[in-house]
Design a protein around this ligand. Structure first.
Ligand SMILES: Nc1ncnc2c1ncn2[C@@H]1O[C@H](COP(=O)(O)OP(=O)(O)O)[C@@H](O)[C@H]1O
Ligand SMILES: [Mg+2]
Length: 263
């Protein structure tokens, strides 16, 4: 059976792609699935590093089959594309026995990132609740908040959808979620939500609930554990941790992954 492929993408850094890729991977691992993880942001390598800390942990933690795919060192554009395609496809073959593949991508447009997007069954795009982040999805008029045209990242996804259609694959289920939400209400926030709702209908994504800003996400990296390991490893869960874990479960439910996950 072909692995189900989940890609975390947004042509913007610091929105939570690697953090959420790690949490979704651990959720799937701890649910008993065979999980392969791929880092095509090998330059930054956050996902790879988080998993390296996890592997080095003295605690007994679940681990995926992981590979990082570095950019090609060749100098000719055609050769680079051929080389990266070959290595990407080899990694996919190495992981063909997995139930799920989770792929983390960089915050900029690279050929490896495009390849990853073209294989996505589900694409999760986290963004901060700010018009700066929204700008990679859509150009918005400052006067009346009218959305003017989809921008670079929306176009990337659009192109990858076309690539998939050519291959006869089913469309990407594109999910956008807000991350690092501030609990305070602001007018800006209301405006962003209006634009996101309109945009979701126009360019075809599903808008999930999202995650609040919580310090715990920044504290776990070095230990290699996630919110989902805390209880098993003797950590005390605060109310904020429980709420964050609940948000993660809501994301997983919202993703409607294949039937295996129904349990
Ligand atoms: N919900 C959150 N609350 C607080 N900090 C977060 C949250 N999500 C991510 N972060 C932090 O934001 C920073 C960027 O996250 P990261 O996952 O590396 O983003 P990306 O992969 O999109 O560049 C990291 O320091 C991470 O720990
Ligand atoms: Mg990252």
């Amino acid at each position: 059976m072909k692995p189900y492929i989940i890609v975390f993408g947004n042509e913007k850094g610091g929105t939570g792609k690697s953090t959420l890729a790690m949490h979704v991977s651990v959720y799937l691992l701890n649910s008993g699935f065979q999980v392969g993880t791929i880092d095509v942001d090998a330059r930054q390598g956050t996902f790879t590093q988080y998993l390296a800390h996890r592997k080095a942990s003295p605690l007994s933690l679940t681990l995926p089959k992981h590979e990082a795919i570095a950019k090609s060192s060749l100098d000719d554009k055609e050769k680079i594309m051929a080389d990266e395609t070959k290595r990407f496809e080899q990694t996919m073959r190495n992981m063909s026995d997995c139930d799920f593949l989770v792929i983390d991508t960089p915050g900029n447009d690279t050929f490896l990132s495009q390849l990853a997007h073209s294989f996505a069954d589900t694409l999760v795009t986290p963004l901060n609740e700010s018009f700066v982040d929204l700008d990679v999805l859509v150009k918005v008029s400052g006067d009346n908040l009218k959305t003017m045209r989809p921008s670079i990242y929306a176009e990337t996804v659009w192109n990858q959808r076309k690539e998939r259609a050519k291959k006869g694959l089913k469309p990407i289920d594109w999910i956008v979620i807000k991350n690092r939400l501030n609990t305070l209400y602001s007018k800006n926030r209301g405006d962003i939500n209006v634009v996101l709702e309109e945009l979701s209908k126009r360019i075809g994504f599903r808008l999930g609930v999202g995650f609040c800003e919580r310090v715990i996400f920044r504290e776990l990296f070095l230990s290699g554990i996630t919110l989902l390991d805390m209880e098993n490893t003797g950590h005390q869960l605060s109310l904020s941790h429980v709420s964050a874990r609940q948000e993660l479960r809501e994301l997983i439910d919202f993703m409607k992954l294949p039937h295996q996950i129904a349990a």
